[in-house]
Design a binder for this molecule. Structure first.
Ligand SMILES: Nc1ncnc2c1ncn2[C@@H]1O[C@H](COP(=O)(O)OP(=O)(O)OP(=O)(O)O)[C@@H](O)[C@H]1O
Length: 840
């Protein structure tokens, strides 16, 4: 705001005395401008005060959704917004009016929106102000804080005008709220001080007090000292003077205050109404029209003179009315003015309230917007938190699923382990039961053993007595060499030929077992109708009795009365019985069979090498008898010599063993026995019937599946040796007797070799198959000191102690944890092993 004279451009004569008018620039904030205004009022007391406010229309509107350029809004919205801005300006105007009215100042108010309507450019705004300053010859320019924002630019632009408009006296009133008292430090203040023409008067005001003024020589004159030295009463009295006036006005109601305002000489102009009249400078108006600024139409500018002496009188004088008419009009004008004043006040109050409401609504809208923003932000944060929690929940769910699967696996494993544990328990119970049974059995065995020992001692005494008897009888028999027994003895020996004592029937009679002179004997009852006479019979028997060999059934004697031959008794029966297993006897082992082959070969060599040579002529499994120790003996030697002539020596059963040459020629030779021996050998190997045997064995050997023909009941034959023996047997069975091998040089050596082999295998195999429970599970050896561990298994003491001493607490068999590490000696098993070792 500024004050100054007008050089005809603004029509102020009578309305605005520029020489006695001070222009004060005021901003939007009354609070900030009030102190400078009050200072100016005090300083230029008696002068007219003209308020100057530059209104710059907003280029954008702030709404809840953000800022919008005013160009983007519809015309109606723009109008409404401008209307709202003008209302604000009205309020501002009223506030400044109230201040001026309170101090009773004579004042003009220029609202630049009327004079200089700035629509688009702040530069334009500044140009208008400058032109106004120059055109009005402003004396004082009060620049306050808001104006300082563009003050530098304003001053620069003003400089050119100053150069042109020299001779004008312009006063700058600079209001600095933070001006240093000691020196002028503010850049803006310094700029003003340096750049303003010397003709300008400058006052530097701080917080309503004059701090510096600039002298005509350009130097600063400090008023700080005077302020500092001013008595407080004076300062306060000045202040009081200002505020007492204000206060006294406050006490008056607003109506009265306003009346006082309007009773002063006031010229006020606003957009909508003109309280006073100020005719605009035509040049300025033209310029504004050139810029397209919306100017109020001339018919809208209505004059409302609140003071008849200020306006009406002037108009009356100009129109040449009489004094009474003027007074009448004056009174009427006063009445109208009062009425208008009242209406204006009411309108102002209404607008204030409306504006207050609008401001309140705006504030609420802003609050709501900020609340909305805050809630939006919170919602976004909540959504983020929810997303995170959802993610966490998802991962927890996945984790839960994984744990559930693992739990299920563990449960399954637990179930398996439990079932294994159950099985282990049942096995343990079974073993315990077996153990108890074994202990009981052992106790029983011990009892039996003790009884048997007692019985054994008793029987041993009896046996010794009997042996002595047998020895005596044997000595007798031996002494007798070959005895002749009476029929009575034979009858008694056979319990009157008790059928149950009969052993069997042969082609040459029935055979009974009997006890003759305390010896077990076999009595062969020859047919009574033999061709031989009594002497011949005895002679033949005597010759036969002379032939003795360990593998030949010994002829003990005869009973000429009953034509009986008495032999030693061989209690294990014939080889035929054992091969076909008639008596359900266990099969002979391959070792026993090899021994039998050797023994029969031996006796045949003996017979054939006798002088004269003896041919058995009936070698077959039925003729080979076994004693209690499975020693084989050939029987029926020469028995055919006692046979009647009607007896066929070649019955079908025996013919398969017969030498084909003998069957053809009837001539018996040693080779005939070799043939028969060959068949016996094949039967020993295969355990099969003699018929078709030669062909089968040949075929098997050719096809190299002889193993399939071997009698597996005899055990594990040494296959190569068995094959060699089979080849040898087949050679014995060739049709041509000359092609048959020699028993001594060819047969005996092979059989002996096999016998040695089986002996060495027996030695290497030890006592036979080892019961598995005798073997330590760790050492895999027969246990010497078996110990029961907590897992129920029995181990060799050294083995389980070594296991436990190497920090193991689990079972070596099940790998389960042991309940304890104590060991219990397994006495029952220890005894069983010892017994088995002794028997082996
Ligand atoms: N010394 C003996 N000890 C025990 N049993 C014998 C004795 N001698 C013969 N036997 C048995 O008596 C039964 C009859 O034998 P025997 O010699 O009379 O007829 P074989 O030999 O069976 O046939 P064959 O004499 O007609 O060829 C046979 O089962 C035989 O094992």
């Amino acid at each position: 705001m500024m004050g100054g004279g007008c050089e005809g451009e603004i029509r102020t004569e009578g309305l605005c005395d520029v020489e006695s008018t001070v222009f004060v620039a005021v901003g939007k904030k009354v609070k900030d401008s009030k102190s400078a205004l009050l200072w100016a009022l005090q300083r230029f007391s008696g002068k007219k005060i003209c308020l100057l406010h530059v209104h710059e229309p907003a280029h954008s509107i702030t709404l809840i959704n953000g800022k919008f350029s005013i160009n983007r809004l519809k015309q109606q919205a723009v109008k409404a917004f401008q209307e709202l801005e003008w209302q604000k300006m009205d309020k501002l105007l009223n506030e400044y009016l109230l201040i001026l009215a309170q101090v009773g100042a004579l004042f003009f108010i220029f609202f630049s929106s009327n004079m200089v309507i700035i629509r688009n450019s702040t530069e334009e705004s500044r140009t208008r102000i400058i032109k106004l300053i120059i055109s009005c010859k402003l004396e004082t320019l009060n620049c306050w804080r808001v104006m300082f924002r563009s003050f530098g630019q304003l001053c620069k632009e003003t400089q050119a005008q100053w150069k042109i408009q020299t001779g004008f006296s312009v006063y700058f009133l600079c209001n600095f709220s933070n001006l240093q008292l000691s020196e002028l430090k503010s850049k803006k203040a310094t700029f003003v001080c340096e750049q303003a023409p010397v003709s300008c008067n400058i006052w530097f005001v701080c917080n309503g007090s004059l701090i510096y003024t600039r002298a005509s020589d350009g130097n600063l004159i400090s008023h700080v000292q005077s302020i500092m030295t001013l008595p407080s009463s004076t300062s306060s009295s000045d202040t009081k003077l200002l505020w007492s006036r204000a206060k006294s006005n406050e006490e008056v109601d607003e109506q009265e205050g306003l009346s006082k305002v309007f009773t002063s000489q006031v010229l006020v102009q606003s957009t909508d109404k003109v309280v006073g009249i100020l005719e605009p400078n035509p040049l300025v108006m033209d310029e504004m029209r050139g810029h397209g600024s919306p100017l109020p139409s001339s018919n809208k500018v209505q004059g409302h003179l609140d003071h008849p002496s200020a306006v009406v009188l002037l108009e009356g004088k100009s129109k040449g009315l009489t004094t009474s008419e003027i007074h009448g009009r004056q009174e009427h004008a006063i009445t109208d003015a009062e009425h208008s004043k009242k209406k204006a006040f009411e309108e102002s109050v209404r607008r204030w309230k409306a504006e207050e409401d609008a401001m309140e609504a705006l504030r609420k809208a802003e609050d709501l917007e900020s609340l909305c923003m805050k809630e939006r932000k919170e919602r976004k944060e909540m959504e983020e938190v929810l997303a995170r929690q959802k993610q966490d929940l998802e991962s927890m769910k996945n984790l839960h699923d994984q744990y559930t699967k693992e739990l299920q696996m563990v449960r399954d494993q637990k179930q398996v382990l439990e079932s294994q544990l159950m099985e282990s328990h049942s096995v343990e119970d079974e073993l315990d039961e077996k153990f108890v049974q074994a202990v009981k059995l052992l106790m029983t065995f011990k009892e039996k053993r003790d009884k048997l020992l007692i019985e054994h001692d008793k029987v041993r005494g009896e046996i010794n007595g009997l042996r002595r008897l047998v020895k005596k009888d044997a000595a007798d028999l031996s002494k007798l060499q070959f005895s002749a027994f009476s029929f009575w003895e034979i009858n008694e020996a056979t319990r009157d030929f008790d059928p149950s004592w009969k052993i069997g029937d042969g082609r040459y009679g029935s055979v009974y077992k009997g006890i003759l002179r305390h010896l077990k004997v076999a009595i062969k009852m020859l047919p009574s109708h033999g061709s031989q006479g009594h002497v011949e019979f005895e002679h033949e028997a005597w010759n036969l009795g002379r032939v003795r060999h360990p593998n030949l059934v010994t002829l003990i004697g005869t009973c000429p009365e009953s034509r009986s031959l008495i032999y030693e008794y061989l209690e294990k029966g014939s080889l035929e019985d054992h091969l076909v297993r008639n008596g359900k006897t266990p099969p002979l082992t391959w070792q026993t069979r090899t021994k039998i082959a050797s023994e029969i070969c031996s006796v045949l060599i003996f017979l054939h090498s006798s002088r004269p040579s003896i041919v058995h002529g009936n070698v077959k499994p039925k003729s080979i008898l076994l004693d209690a120790n499975f020693v084989s003996k050939l029987s029926d030697l020469w028995v055919y010599r006692f046979a009647p002539q009607n007896v066929n020596p070649t019955d079908p059963e025996s013919s398969v063993y017969m030498d084909p040459d003998f069957l053809e020629t009837g001539e018996l030779t040693a080779e005939s026995d070799v043939y028969s021996f060959g068949i016996v050998l094949l039967q020993l190997l295969t355990g099969r019937p003699a018929l078709g045997m030669v062909k089968d064995v040949k075929c098997a050997l050719e096809r190299e599946n002889f193993n399939a023909l071997l009698d597996l009941g005899a055990g594990e034959w040494p296959l190569e040796e068995a094959k060699t023996l089979a080849h040898l047997a087949l050679r014995c069975c060739v049709d041509k007797r000359d092609d048959r091998p020699d028993l001594v040089s060819q047969v005996w050596s092979v059989i002996e070799l096999m016998k040695e082999s089986c002996t060495s295998k027996l030695d290497s195999k030890g006592p036979g198959r080892i019961p598995s429970h005798f073997v330590c599970p760790i050492f895999q050896e027969v246990m010497k000191d078996p110990q029961i561990a907590a897992d129920g298994f029995t181990y060799e003491a050294d083995a389980i102690n070594g296991w436990l001493n190497s920090s193991h607490v689990t079972s070596p068999m099940t790998n389960l944890k042991l309940d304890h590490c104590d060991l219990i000696p397994n006495y029952a098993l220890s005894y069983a092993i010892q017994e088995w070792q002794q028997q082996s």
